[in-house]
Design a protein around this ligand. Sequence first.
Ligand SMILES: NC(=O)c1ccc[n+]([C@@H]2O[C@H](COP(=O)([O-])OP(=O)(O)OC[C@H]3O[C@@H](n4cnc5c(N)ncnc54)[C@H](OP(=O)(O)O)[C@@H]3O)[C@@H](O)[C@H]2O)c1
Length: 211
Amino acid sequence: MIIALFGASGRLGQCVIESATAAGHTLRLHYRAKPSENVPEFSTVVVGRLDDPTAVREVLRGADAAVVVLGHKPDARVPYIADATKLVVSTMKTLGQSRLLVVTGAMVGHEKGPVGIGMRLLSMVVRSRTADGMMEDRDEQERRVKASHLDGWTVIKPPRLSDGPVGDVDAGATQGVGLRSSVSRKALAKFIVQELEAPQFSQQVVYVAGR
Ligand SMILES: NC(=O)c1ccc[n+]([C@@H]2O[C@H](COP(=O)([O-])OP(=O)(O)OC[C@H]3O[C@@H](n4cnc5c(N)ncnc54)[C@H](OP(=O)(O)O)[C@@H]3O)[C@@H](O)[C@H]2O)c1
């Protein structure tokens, strides 16, 4: 499978590269600057801006699926993720592609979902302390994916991410997540690759927690 990856330089992005490569997949990787790390032998690197339709199209060219694991830097003040995701979606449509996995977070969006009361309270605190527009950028990202009309969209909502070892996860629309929940980036990456290979959650929002 050829996988287009947005957020390749990130910590989860690197785990997705490792997991997908180990499973024999080929990657088309978006970076906003030339990567300092080595990339897998048969992968393609596209360096460009995420508001550049030509760059986004080049990442997606020939891909069987796209994965978006973009995040904000802690000091970020300029929203970009919703617009970048919107451009990914519209470009996928013009290319006739439909499988899109997008990682947001258990605290993103306003649906109660299976999120415990403690995490919902924490989410309110985080929202009040986060720079204006940044949480809203993620809310809007989710909204746009869910409204994308792509046949194969999946929104993946993890709780806290850790750098622990790969392990098993529990996943589902009603999978409970709370303040004590976490999932390692390696385990989440493994789940993402499994979901690409054997879709279980198309057109669904899925919560994922480490076991
Ligand atoms: N940390 C947690 O506990 C947690 C919990 C739940 C969900 N999540 C979500 O999980 C996802 C992956 O997290 P992570 O820890 O892997 O994040 P990360 O290491 O911070 O990676 C973020 C990625 O976004 C890119 N990026 C940041 N600002 C950008 C911009 N203005 N334009 C283009 N690209 C930009 C980064 O590229 P550069 O390297 O070029 O900056 C990097 O590839 C994110 O969506 C995050 O919100 C995290």
